[in-house]
Each structure stands twice: as structure tokens, then as C-alpha cells.
Ligand binder design. Sequence first.
Ligand SMILES: Nc1ncnc2c1ncn2[C@@H]1O[C@H](COP(=O)(O)OP(=O)(O)OP(=O)(O)O)[C@@H](O)[C@H]1O
Length: 278
Amino acid sequence: MIRIENLTKHYKEVHALKGVSLHVPAGELFAYLGPNGAGKTTTIRILTGLTRLSSGDAFLNGFHIEKNTLAAKKQFGLVPQSVNLDQELTVFENLDVHGRLFHMAARDRKRKISELLEYIDLKDRVDTQSKKLSGGMKRRIMIARALVHSPRILFLDEPTVGLDAGIRRRIWALIKKIQQTGTTIFLTTHYIEEAEFLADRVAFLDEGRIVATDTPQNLMDRLGEWAIDRVVDNEMQTAYFRTREEARDYGSRQNESYTLRRVNLEDAFLALTGKKVK
Ligand SMILES: Nc1ncnc2c1ncn2[C@@H]1O[C@H](COP(=O)(O)OP(=O)(O)OP(=O)(O)O)[C@@H](O)[C@H]1O
């Protein structure tokens, strides 16, 4: 559904993408994970026609993004990182404008908007001015807006950035629900637990290069199941183990106090790049 081949992007002397290739099959929820500046937004901007690529190819549902732009643009909905609803317009008007851009008939727009507001549990806000909504509601409305024209692919750029933990979980539930309708979802995040919870597969992006692509479980299994953290000479050191017993045994032989915990995706990223995601 999404195919990227050897994609590069230069902004003058900055090499934001240095040859990214990946394939996301239909229906998959794919997370693109990396620290600030890794190139996540640049990739989404290229795929959605907001920035031109420097070299390489990219296809959405078989349509080349620069040779068959119009058809490619119909394949996706985009939820950008920052809130860009028209604050003066009502919820209905914000969604309706989007439907008009895709030349949907008035009756179809009305039906689809009502269906989507029901789906995201905000039907009672249909006539509310967008500026009166909470941050979490605005995010849900932006997701609904991206779905008005029934795209096959949904791009979510940091969909829960700045939201508190409870609201973040609500958005996660909505994203899972959308995937269950068969939509392919491409999500960027620097919240490790978001990728771990949501994604079928994850790509780790570091300085414009993909360093690993796999399921969250396989990426973590490369290290083991248990980790021991301890502070040695003011530095955190982590050791990995297959079993809890091995880890406990190791811990009991150390002079310092230690913390025993399960391996997470952050460990996998750190092991591959030497960096933390956050
Ligand atoms: N318009 C631009 N002009 C020049 N450099 C840019 C531009 N947009 C991005 N960059 C640079 O390209 C690199 C990748 O940026 P990008 O925004 O894609 O990263 P990101 O992984 O999305 O980070 P974040 O999590 O902060 O959004 C960074 O070094 C950034 O400074």
C-alpha cells in the first residue's frame, strides 16, 4: 500500500533522508520511530506531496507520488503534527470544507460527517466552534477530518504529542478502531510506548536512515526479556537477560542497588543507535 524506494531529501546542506526504503502492506499499522530531527516529518511531507523528494521513488496504492500526483493524493488522509483546524468554524464546517476539496456531493458529505462524529464520540459537538474544544477533542476532530473522503491510507504525524496520558489512550483506542476498518496507518512518534502498544511493525529512524524494521516483539527479543539497570560511576548501565532468574542472579552479585524490569522498545532503539528516542 505504501512503497518507498531509496528516498533521499536534502535541504541545502542538511541531508534529512539518506536513502530510506520500506514497504507497508494494506491494513498494517506501521510506526516510524525516531528522535527529534531524525527525518520522520520530512518523510510524511514527501509522501503527502507537501515537500518534493530529492531522489528515489514513492508509491501510494501503486500511484507514484510525483508522476501520478492527483491519484496518489486521493489515497490518503493526513493528520499533521500541529493543530490546523479553522478555529472560527464549527466542527461540521471544518469537516465539510474538507469534503468539498475532494468534490464530494453535499448529501454524501453530510452522511459521512455524521457517521464520523458518531464514530469518534463527538456527535454532540457538531455545531461547536473549534476554538471551544479541548486539545484531545481537536485531535479527534482532525482524525475525523482526514477520513471524510474515505482514504485507504491514514498518515498520523505525532498524533498524541502534548496530550496527557488518559487522553492519549483514548486516541490510541480510536487509531486501533480505524485500523480494524481495513485502513493502512502510517504513524510517526517519539513516544516509545505508543509504538509498542499500537504498531504491527516499527521502523527505527536515525539521522535519516532506517536502522531496523520489525515487529516490536522481535526487536525486543533480540536483547532478551529482562533488564537490570544500575548506576555505576554516575552512569546508567543496563544488562539484558533471557530469564528472570538469570537477571536476579546477576543483580545479586552486584555491589550497587539495581532495578529489575522487562525489556522495552527503548532498549532496542538504544542498542541499535546508542541513543534514546526521547
Ligand atoms: N524546511 C527545512 N529546511 C531546512 N532543514 C529542515 C527543514 N525541515 C526539516 N529540516 C531538517 O531536516 C532534519 C529532519 O527533520 P524532520 O522534521 O523531518 O525530523 P523529525 O524526525 O520529524 O523531528 P521532530 O520529531 O522534531 O518532528 C532535521 O535536521 C531538520 O532540522
